[in-house]
Design a protein around this ligand. Structure first.
Ligand SMILES: [Zn+2]
Length: 185
């Protein structure tokens, strides 16, 4: 396996080319399988890498986002970011997630799916990526195992989301002069 471009000191990987990325849909709870041979990335994939880079730059130039990036790098985990066609999600690598159909590439602690084009409500798309990075921070500062967190998410999605929104999304949204959300989604 080759690793393409990495971001955040190698803690966020883009560059494992997976097949069927065109058809990944948020609502369909994408099953991340069929890791392809990452020889020559498609144009779309190269574009996605660029979009991830731009998003990280946006997050980093936001005063609250800078703190989030630092916190993400501090947890020392490696997540893979893959494209989606609407919305984003975060899944930590664990047997429960594998049992639910997710597959994870070697060397990654989980996967983040992100739509580089469409934001959420009036939030720009990069805020959604920041939100997903927030979940990684949330998990790895919780003292829980990946599996423990994944299972708890299934039981207490609202509480976990609202906590992530309050701690990681709202500070960024406020610096943009936008109205933070108080409900999920
Ligand atoms: Zn979330």
């Amino acid at each position: 396996m080759t690793i393409g471009r990495t971001f955040l000191n190698g803690k966020l990987l883009v560059g494992y080319k997976r097949t069927n990325i065109e058809s990944w849909l948020y609502d369909g709870a994408p099953i991340l399988s069929k890791v392809s041979t990452p020889d020559v990335p498609t144009d779309k994939f190269l574009e996605f890498r660029k979009q991830v880079g731009n998003a990280i730059r946006e997050i980093n130039t936001n005063s609250a986002g800078k703190d989030l990036v630092a916190a993400y790098q501090n947890i020392g985990q490696v997540y893979e970011v893959v494209p989606s066609c609407g919305g984003g999600f975060f899944v930590p690598a664990c047997d429960a997630a594998r049992g639910a159909g997710y597959e994870f590439v070697d060397g990654c602690d989980g996967v983040i799916s992100w739509d580089p084009v469409t934001g959420f409500k009036d939030f720009p798309a990069w805020v959604v990526l920041a939100h997903e990075l927030g979940h990684a921070i949330q998990l790895h500062t919780s003292g829980k195992s990946a599996q423990g967190w994944f299972n708890e998410y299934g039981l207490n999605q609202q509480a976990i989301e609202l906590d992530n929104i309050r701690r990681h999304e709202t500070p960024i949204v406020q610096t943009l002069g936008l109205t933070p959300r108080t409900t999920y989604p």
